[in-house]
Write a new protein. Sequence first.
Length: 187
Amino acid sequence: MSRVGKKPISLPAGVKLRWEAPVLTVQGPKGSHSFTLAEGFSIVQEGSQIQVVRSSEEKSARALHGTYRALIQNAVKGVSEGFQRTLELVGIGYKAEMKGNDVLLLTLGYSHDIAFVLPSGIKAQIVTERGQNLKIALESTDKQLVGQVASMLRALRPPDPYKGKGVRYSEEVIRLKAGKAKGKGKK
């Protein structure tokens, strides 16, 4: 039995759920999400609580039960509150600026600037605070999309293990390696 799949999902105020088998649509103040559930799954709504119900005990159905419940929970949270991920640019001369609404221009120590085109559904904001590293705040209603874009931005210049320079998540802790021992072994 799926422990995650059996838990009910509570709908906050302002969030509407429309179930037209097999398509589920979640609408809220920040946007809407729709996805298709596999055959054999249904949604039961009682007041402001919804439950994902599977019709069979097949292995594939049991495997997807908790996954669908988690996807619906993330969609409900996304359309009501949204998801945010913050990246930090650590390094001298590392810069970021927005060109229009969907292009992020990054200077990350390479011989050229990088123009990163943001997918639709993502909003980026450059945060500058005096004495702090430059930060990029990503926001969307889709949890998977925020994580994917943050991962792609981090992959442009991952943190250096010796100095810690690069693009990192704001909550990420980098364990620095020790450098070469100067004069070791000489007499």
